[in-house]
Ligand binder design. Structure first.
Ligand code: PEP
Ligand code: MG
Length: 877
């Protein structure tokens, strides 16, 4: 059954689907002639087969044996040899990196006999027993699900008995005793002895890695990162090399550029006399990689030259795991490294400058989500108190919240929290997701907390060593804080502050606002350059959802080329509510006309401001949409007020009148009731007033030398007849207003029937704008105001959808209606303009969809404009 196992020399970096990321990259490094220990990769096909059938595919283990023989020849050692054993590592490696989520088992092949052989061969008995105890621990945890704490407590006990602070100081006798204790733990949990047969160890380990794909935390991580659940993992089996073989050995992690800022230089951590998991787990504190230059200059030089070659091959920032065994450097892993959003922009621009990639490629390498993160606020340093302590800035951002000390408390909290841990492990994932930020006392930039937080775009400070964590307390500098106390953590500089520090806008936002220039700032310069390239390539325009001059002006500074949605009902709030009330309560034509006449000048003034802010660019004004009773006090409130008055024997007065109106207008399903175009058809003069205000405002702007470009948009249309009626009324009003520019009339497409009859509707519409909020609501039958809290969690868990359809357009359902409407609308009226103004207009994945669906523009809130511009550009290259 060849085909399930690939020797490292057989693969390459492009085989990630089959070999997983780690396997493909080990193969690539092997091909490049880099010092990779010999090994092979079991494919993701094998894992999927196992997960499907519950048994290992036929012939897989025989194939593994064949490859093992080859390895033995290369290493000149035999697996299971009692005198000089070849030892193996077994590691998971999926297509997408899932740091710390799945399993690794080291030192496979050791048993009661070969531990002595290893001791003799290495002339280091301590090392042999340390390796053996690591094997039992990892194997027990991974293969038999023995709780890690059970081993940890034995280890802690051993340190106490020996009177030493670290594991590295345990002597060989103590490690021997520890192995015995571990074996007891193993037996107590499994009812069997620790397996002595090396091949049994290997096969059990491989199967455990397959199974780990479906571990709860791995499933959760994939859901969070939107990684498909059906990919399966590859398994990498590699000859062991040892970083814990004395002071001329060690292990480390290196980055070819700084993953936090993108700056060129030497970045990473090194830990002497240790195995890889000690670094990643952040359990022991590391030294900066630059110190390796003094510790082992030859290995350091070799590492630097390999790093340069890897960057050249991958044309990107690489991160690397390496081990030095008795002065010999081994490469254990590389991959295109994760980075902060700032580093992503800076590195993409650097690589263009260095001639490594094109601007198109650079644009592909940054995302709207990353830009969104750069637009988060940070702390106002001037207002910040003295920090409690400074840790390692692991993932940028500013987070304020109440302290919680464990994952359960974080998930149970109702307000913002900061998860504070000594170090994190994959079991903390739910808490990390729930928290605003993460603070750890141990571990460097490559610790679990740091890597996972960066991946989630969550603020993280780690390795704040001065923190002393007790049960439910945190002590630092003589000050003790408890669960519930508020702290602020700055993931950009590592500072931890007491209390809530005020936050200030991001530099990127200030740049878009025109308050900062990009000159001399690597991040802003990179953002500017990529935004220019995005705009140059984009086919989609980006308009703004803005209801007033100030928002429109900001949107314009952020690069909007029009207003795609002005929700006129927002102009009826505040003091103006009473005017709307008069309209609703009007008992006859005269009263109603009076009320409308009072609203007219106010609307006109609003529109004038809006047209001025967007002078020369289209402004799509939507006629009033929500049910009118939304402008009256709620039924319960009025009922209570009237009842109170009556109980006191008083006349409820105006409240009584209002209550009668609210009762009269009450609807069971107001979102499906008297709203949108229906209001215009039922309440005489309402739409006409709005149309007149638009036309008069435009005329006034023209008279003032401006270039207003209003458009009138009718909401909630489901049938062309509705639109025809409104259109006729609007055109009659427009004809009466002298001096206004030509004003186009179009419609929202937000009712499924409108999408299906778009061909007819286009006969009465000069443009369409998809209201994907309502379209999603009505396509799924989900109330947009209620469902997210009610049952979406369950739906996400069941995989009904991977992300809320109110956030990212559901391409198969609501999205299909969009495609149908575009096609039918354009078939009927080829010059039809088509845009979208639902929330999806600012969502990166949805922008891509709208590009493909052939829309002319997306419209979104002002702060999403740069994100939509970037994604519109990315979609087009
Ligand atoms: C929509 O439904 O997508 C839309 C833009 O309109 P509103 O959100 O105002 O209903
Ligand atoms: Mg709507």
């Amino acid at each position: 059954m060849a085909g399930y196992v690939y020797d490292f020399i057989e693969g390459n970096k492009d085989l990630k689907d089959l070999l997983g990321g780690k396997g493909a990259n080990l193969a690539e490094m092997t091909r490049m002639g880099l010092p990779v220990p010999p090994g092979f990769t079991i494919t993701t096909d094998a894992c999927r087969e196992y997960l499907r059938t519950g048994t290992v595919p036929d012939g897989l283990f025989a194939d593994v044996e064949d490859h093992l023989r080859l390895m033995q020849t290369r290493m000149g050692r035999t697996f299971g040899d009692p005198d000089d054993p070849l030892l193996l590592s077994v590691r998971s490696g999926a297509k997408f990196s899932m740091p710390g989520m799945m399993e690794t088992i080291l030192d496979i092949g050791l048993n009661d006999t070969s531990v002595a052989g290893l001791a003799r061969q290495s002339a280091d008995e301590r090392f042999a027993w340390d390796s053996y105890r690591r094997l039992i621990q990892m194997f027990g945890r991974t293969v038999f699900d023995i709780p890690g704490e059970d081993f940890e407590s034995e280890l802690a006990q051993a340190r106490v008995s020996a009177g030493v602070p670290t594991d590295a100081e345990l002597g060989q006798g103590q490690l021997y005793d520890l192995v015995e204790a571990y074996k007891k733990v193993f037996h107590a949990h499994t009812g069997r002895d620790f397996p002595q047969a090396p091949h049994e160890q290997l096969f059990l380990a491989i199967t455990a890695v397959f199974r780990s794909w479906n571990a709860e935390r791995a499933v959760l991580y994939r859901r969070q990162e939107r990684i498909p659940q059906d990919l399966g993992t590859a398994v990498n089996v590699m000859a062991m090399v040892f970083g814990n073989r004395g002071t001329d050995s060690g292990t480390g992690v290196a980055f070819t550029r700084d993953p936090a800022t993108g700056r060129r230089g030497v970045y990473g951590d090194y830990l002497r006399n240790a195995q890889g998991e000690d670094v990643v787990a952040g359990i022991r504190n590391t030294v900066g990689l630059a110190e390796l230059a003094t510790i082992d200059p030859a290995s350091y030089r070799r590492l630097l030259s390999i790093m340069e070659r890897l960057e050249g091959r991958y044309r990107d920032l690489c991160d690397i795991e390496f081990t030095i065994e008795n002065g010999k450097l081994w490469m254990l892993q590389t991959r295109v490294g994760k980075r902060t959003p700032a580093a992503a922009f800076v590195i993409a621009a650097q690589l263009v400058d260095e001639g490594t990639i094109t601007l198109d490629e650079a644009l592909r390498r940054v995302t709207g989500e990353q830009l969104a993160q750069l637009m988060f606020p940070s702390f106002d340093q001037d207002a910040a108190p003295a920090p409690l302590t400074i840790g390692v800035p692991a993932s940028p951002g500013a987070a304020v919240g109440a302290i919680v000390f464990d994952s359960a408390a974080a998930t149970a909290a109702t307000g913002p929290v900061i998860l504070v841990r000594r170090e994190t492990n994959p079991d903390d994932l739910p808490g990390m997701i729930a928290a605003q930020g993460i603070l750890t006392a141990r571990g460097g930039k490559t610790s679990h907390a740091a890597v996972v937080a960066r991946g989630m775009g969550k603020t993280c400070v780690c390795g704040a060593e001065e923190l002393e964590l007790g049960d439910d307390t945190l002590t630092v500098g003589g000050r003790t804080l408890r669960a519930g106390d508020v702290i602020s953590i700055d993931g950009t500089n590592g500072r931890v502050y007491p209390g809530s520090v005020p936050v200030r806008p991001s530099e990127v936002v200030r740049y878009f606002e025109g308050e900062l220039t990009a000159y001399g700032d690597p991040l802003l310069a990179a953002v500017e350059r990529l935004m220019i390239h995005a705009d140059h390539n984009a086919r989609l325009g980006v308009h703004a959802n803005a209801d007033n001059g100030a928002d429109a002006a900001r949107a314009r500074r952020f690069g909007a080329t029009g207003v795609g949605l002005c929700r006129t009902e927002h102009m009826f709030l505040g003091d103006r509510r009473t005017l709307v009330e008069r309209l609703i309560l009007a008992s006859g034509d005269a009263e109603r006309e009076e009320a409308l006449a009072a609203l007219l000048p106010l609307q006109r003034a609003d529109f004038e401001q809006l047209f001025a802010a967007m002078d020369g660019l289209p402004v799509t004004v939507r006629l009033i949409d929500p049910p009118l009773h939304e402008f009256l006090p709620p039924l319960e409130e009025l009922t209570a007020r009237v009842a109170r008055a009556e109980a006191l024997g008083e006349d409820p007065g105006h409240d009584g009148v209002l209550l009668a109106a609210v009762r009269r207008m009450h609807e069971q399903n107001p979102m499906l009731g008297l709203r949108g175009v229906r209001l215009g058809l039922v309440i005489p003069g309402l739409f006409a007033m709005q149309v007149r205000a638009i036309a008069e405002a435009a005329a006034a702007r023209v008279a003032a030398g401006g270039d207003p470009r209003p458009e009138i948009m009718v909401p909630l249309v489901g049938a062309v007849q509705e639109l025809q009626a409104v259109r006729a009324e609007a055109q009659a009003v427009l004809a009466e207003v002298a001096g206004a520019p030509p004003i186009r009339i179009g419609t929202m497409i937000e009712v499924p029937r409108a999408a299906l009859t778009a061909g007819q509707i286009a006969g009465a519409a000069e443009f369409f704008s998809f209201g994907t909020n309502d379209l999603t609501q009505m396509t799924w039958g989900f109330s947009r105001d209620d469902v997210e809290g009610a049952f979406f969690g369950r739906y996400l868990g069941l995989g009904v959808f991977a992300v809320s359809p109110f956030e990212t357009i559901d391409a198969d359902g609501a999205g299909e209606l969009v495609r149908i409407a575009v096609e039918r609308g354009r078939a009927a009226r080829p010059e039809l303009t088509v845009g979208v103004c639902g929330e999806h207009g600012g969502d990166p994945a949805s922008v891509r969809f709208f590009h493909t669906a052939g829309l002319d523009y997306v419209s979104c809130s002002p702060f999403r404009i740069p994100i939509a511009r970037l994604e519109a550009g990315r979609a087009a290259i």
